[in-house]
Design a protein around this ligand. Structure first.
Ligand code: FAQ
Length: 313
């Protein structure tokens, strides 16, 4: 029951930085907020396999193919940890997938852009995983235990992903003029969408207030975006690439890079289903899910048989 007493006790636990566990009392809004965020995070991991999966058959060497395969399998694993964490909040996997397919649940805007060259695979690892890590390191301290523990494990794997991408970009940037041009072109196309991954400005973020009070989010969208920019500008300099932002300038007094404004109109279009590949990404997921129906049926039949045998024995 949501009595003032319960709410106060709950907030005291949160303020003491103690984790909330699945069987603990929690306000209904806290539970719903987590289901929304964790499920969107899980969907992002799974939909995020598509742009990279597209390049497995075209990876330029056996080594590159092996690494890319391992990375994509990791993303599937991250999706599974996150779906499991979300299920501890009392929602089924079927409901979560249904919310994705009907457009009720979002997934990260970034995965609606196309990976058109091998350098894009580098840019995804370097920038997309790089942005994901900045966000997820902060989420390791989130207040919900199962989400926090999933983040700790996921961050270990993401740092390998970020290095995989940076290595591809570094090799191209230091290669022939054509290769360098390909790397620069990928950076030009992925830079701004990567900054959008952190969400709207704090002043336009409807969920941030409660998320910060409940310590679901530990740092704000703008703080995390700025941290990502400050780290990444220096990495671009090391490999001789130019961040595509004319307003980018080091501010000595503040110790941060000033930067240009994100195209929020583009962001809103993409998160509302009108990005370059939204329809294709969703159609692919629906088709894979339908084609996998027999696997779920077989697994259920096997589980039912096992249960019957245990009961008989
Ligand atoms: N894309 O009030 P806020 C990865 C929505 S990492 C789409 O600020 P909040 C690894 C937001 O949901 C990528 N929608 O919301 C990988 C809300 O809409 P709603 C996934 C966005 O939750 C790498 C509305 O705008 N990471 O996949 C986006 O407080 C390579 C208002 O926004 C996570 O999900 C966006 N970029 O803050 C995999 C991290 N931004 O729900 C494969 C966990 C905002 O009311 C390959 N999530 N929206 O319909 C979070 O930290 C937060 O949910 C934010 C948004 C920061 C994304």
């Amino acid at each position: 029951m949501e009595s003032t007493n319960n709410l106060e006790k709950f907030q005291t636990i949160i303020d003491a930085d103690t984790k909330i566990e699945p069987k603990d009392w929690m306000p209904e809004d806290y539970r719903k907020h987590l289901i929304r965020q964790i499920s969107q995070h899980a969907h992002s991991e799974v939909i995020g396999m598509q742009p990279e999966g597209n390049w497995i058959t075209r990876a330029p060497s056996l080594r590159a193919k092996l690494i890319l395969l391992a990375k994509i399998q990791d993303e599937a694993g991250h999706g599974l940890y996150l779906y499991s964490a979300c299920e501890t909040l009392g929602i089924s996997r079927e409901e979560l997938i249904d919310q994705l397919h009907t457009g009720k649940a979002k997934y990260s805007s970034i995965f609606n852009y196309a990976a058109i060259t091998w350098a894009d695979i580098g840019a995804i690892g370097w920038l997309v995983d790089g942005a994901a890590i900045v966000n997820q390191i902060s989420l390791q301290r989130t207040s919900y235990g199962p989400y926090s523990r999933a983040m700790i494990r996921i961050c270990k794997e993401e740092s390998f992903h970020q290095r995989q991408g940076y290595e591809i970009m570094g090799k191209l940037a230091l290669g022939t003029p054509e290769q360098k041009e390909m790397a620069q072109d990928a950076l030009n196309r992925w830079w701004w969408p990567s900054l959008m991954m952190f969400g709207p400005h704090d002043s336009d973020s409807p969920h941030s207030g409660k998320a910060m009070t409940w310590r679901i989010k530990r740092e704000s969208n703008d703080v995390l975006r700025q941290r990502f920019i400050d780290k990444t500008v220096q990495q671009a300099e090391v490999i001789g690439l130019k961040i595509p932002d004319d307003k980018l300038k080091w501010n000595e007094a503040k110790g941060v890079y000033e930067h240009g404004e994100i195209n929020w109109e583009e962001f809103n279009q993409v998160i509302n289903g009108n990005g370059p590949l939204n329809k294709i990404r969703l159609a692919n997921h629906i088709s894979a899910h339908e084609n996998g129906a027999w696997v779920r049926e077989a697994a259920n039949a096997y589980a039912a048989k096992q249960k019957k045998e245990v009961l008989v024995a």
